[in-house]
Design a protein around this ligand. Structure first.
Ligand SMILES: *Cc1c(COP(=O)(O)O)cnc(C)c1O
Length: 373
């Protein structure tokens, strides 16, 4: 089976893990500190603007807790979002308000968001679908004008850029994912960005039990180093040095990964653009730099999409649709009417895209699609 997503791991990662074993310190330590430093440099901010955490979902939970989002508050997010974002809102007792998206890019626009703003709106959580940045200028302006916090779920778009600025660092908060299915994988790991360093300091403490003091070793010896205080009854949401050691090696390779994904994307575009029964992604402006997390096509109707997915699977090619709209998830019990979301969810199919995909595989995938009709 040709996978839709797949990590690329090598000897370098294994060797890095071995070093951590030999150091006899597998918890959070120097590797994690180095990973945070290098990530901050890569995304163009200070290390004091970021912290690693267990996963991207935990990052969203932490941010909403910190903002004291609660009952009666509304958070706007596109229905085509990751379930973890919706869950974080519900877990605070707040109301997720689902907005529509552009039916081709599957990104929310400032218009889609503005339609849902009320006096109860406290925050907006956007995602840069498949790696392609949203139109940020108008979204940032809209949120500022309405005194709404802007959170970027940047899991799909690590190192994507909007007008030369890294996505995830444009809003007030951003979260990244380095889970097993992402472009840069570390097992499980996330990154939180806060524009305001005081916010970051507070959230970082909350990710480690709320402790306001360092560990015994880093406390100075003229103190009683077993004493401590907390600023908040925090959870323990930190990453260990095994994870960070993998992440550091992946970070060295990630530009090559993204470049390969771009070439696969272009090969799909060339191979599929003349089929009149499907649409390939539109060209996008030079202001937008994608990280090419997903490649998606759109069919003329739902039956064609579903039959095509089946045909591909029968031929050893796994395809899927991300992300099943949250307003259709029964548990959410939401009655929103979102026509573009509905169109996208019925007609979009994501094709395999990862850096280990061979160009022969891509040729096979294109050929298999062509054989469908
Ligand atoms: C994968 C993903 C997440 C969750 O990341 P975890 O690190 O697994 O919690 C969140 N949002 C989007 C858009 C994702 O694709």
């Amino acid at each position: 089976m040709i996978n839709i997503f797949q990590p690329t791991l090598g000897k370098e990662e294994l060797k890095a893990i071995e070093e951590v074993f030999e150091s006899n310190w597998i918890g959070k330590g120097p590797k994690t500190e180095k990973f945070e430093k290098q990530l901050s440099e890569k995304i163009g901010c200070d290390v004091d603007n970021v912290t690693t955490t267990t996963c991207c979902t935990e990052g969203i939970f932490q941010i909403l807790d910190y903002l004291e989002i609660g009952e009666g508050d509304e958070i706007i997010l596109p229905s085509i979002s990751f379930i973890g974002a919706g869950n974080a809102i519900l877990s605070r007792g707040a109301t997720p308000v689902f907005c529509d998206v552009d039916k081709r890019t599957l990104n929310a626009t400032s218009f889609d968001i503005s339609e849902k703003i009320t006096h109860k709106t406290k925050a907006v959580i956007i995602i840069h679908y498949g790696g392609l940045p949203c139109e940020m200028d108008t979204i940032v302006r809209l949120c500022r004008q309405n005194n709404i916090k802007l959170i970027e779920d940047n899991a799909c778009s690590p190192f994507s850029k909007y007008k030369e600025q890294n996505t995830g660092t444009i809003g007030d908060f951003g979260v990244w994912s380095f889970d097993a299915m992402k472009i840069l994988v570390a097992g499980d790991c996330g990154l939180i960005y806060c524009k305001n360093k005081d916010d970051m300091k507070a959230i970082k403490e909350r990710c480690y039990l709320g402790l306001t003091t360092g560990s015994g070793l880093s406390n100075s010896i003229d103190k009683k180093w077993w004493e401590f205080d907390i600023s908040y009854p925090g959870r323990r949401s930190i990453v260990n040095d095994i994870t960070s050691a993998i992440g550091l090696e992946q970070l060295r390779k990630v530009d090559t990964f993204i470049n390969k994904r771009k070439r696969v994307h272009e090969k799909y575009n060339r191979g599929l653009k003349n089929l009149n029964w499907l649409k390939t992604p539109d060209n996008f402006s030079a202001d937008l730099v994608s990280s090419y997390y997903m490649y998606w096509i759109q069919t003329e109707d739902e039956d064609t999409r579903n039959e095509l997915a089946k045909h591909m699977k029968e031929n050893g090619i796994y395809t899927t649709f991300r992300y099943y709209p949250l307003h259709w998830v029964e548990y959410y019990n939401d009655k929103s009417d979102l026509s573009n979301t509905e169109f996208a969810a019925k007609n979009t199919l994501c094709l395999p895209l990862h850096q280990s995909l061979s160009f022969n595989d891509v040729t096979k995938i294109i050929k298999t699609i062509k054989e469908f009709k």
